[in-house]
Design a protein around this ligand. Structure first.
Ligand SMILES: O=C(NCCNC(=O)c1cc(-c2ccc(F)cc2)cc(O)c1O)c1cc(O)ncn1
Ligand SMILES: [Mg+2]
Length: 214
């Protein structure tokens, strides 16, 4: 029977990456997606911008919206301090099955909690179910029309504190116009655009970093 793209990405990790070495997992996925078949990972170019923001924030608590195969999950978690925690939400069970195995191969199960479900349903449960106070960093990489409603929901649920950083992928391609308009015009956010390219292509894309001012 036919394999799926996420299954082939997992295969590339198991064949080419070293167990317990997160950066080799990231490298194996990038090499596969650049040379064999495109996939919607944040990728190596935008990944370097992601790395610099994670290192600057040095977060104790991270929320990722949209796990896919776990590429950015592993990339972020590999840079976290010892007791830091990353919660990643994925709606698609097929993606979640693969991501769990990629995370395990990287040896990062202790830092990462993958939760299956719709972000709109899970965000209001963060405090009670996962013992979270606020998030130091949020990486938005799920359905592009959910960026704005979920950001408003995080505010309403008290999950953002003065200084919380939102980093959003794909603000140009596929694009998140309503979200971009909101964070750039709201007096409660200080936003900055990092121009880059759509993963593994020459098409323009970028990341928007927005600091919540409380
Ligand atoms: O598609 C689900 N999530 C991925 C969200 N991410 C994207 O859609 C995404 C898309 C692109 C992209 C860009 C250009 C192009 F021509 C095609 C796709 C790039 C990216 O970097 C993304 O992040 C999904 C499914 C499902 O059934 N349930 C829950 N979520
Ligand atoms: Mg993306």
């Amino acid at each position: 029977t036919q394999s799926t793209r996420p299954q082939r990405i997992l295969g590339a990790v198991q064949q080419n990456a070293t167990r317990g070495d997160p950066r080799s997992v990231v490298r194996a996925i990038d090499q596969y997606c650049r040379n064999q078949e495109w996939a919607m990972n944040v990728g190596d170019e935008k990944g370097c911008i992601l790395d610099s923001v994670v290192s600057e924030v040095n977060p104790a608590t991270v929320l990722e919206l949209g796990t896919y195969c776990g590429y950015s999950t592993v990339r972020i978690a590999s840079l976290l301090p010892p007791h830091a925690k990353l919660i990643t939400l994925e709606f698609n069970p097929e993606f979640a099955v693969i991501a769990r195995q990629v995370i395990a191969w990287a040896g990062l199960e202790d830092k990462i909690q993958l939760v299956e479900g719709a972000s709109g349903d899970l965000i209001p449960k963060m405090k009670e179910q996962f013992g979270v106070e606020t998030f130091d960093l949020v990486f938005l990489d799920h359905w592009k029309d959910r960026y704005l409603p979920d950001t408003k929901l995080m505010e309403e649920c008290g999950l953002l504190r003065k200084g919380s950083v939102l980093l959003a992928d794909n603000v140009i391609c596929p694009g998140t116009p309503e979200y971009l308009e909101f964070v750039r015009s709201s007096p409660r956010y200080e936003s900055q655009y990092f121009k880059s390219h759509l993963e593994y292509t020459k098409v323009e894309d970028g990341l928007e970093k927005s600091v919540f001012l409380g």
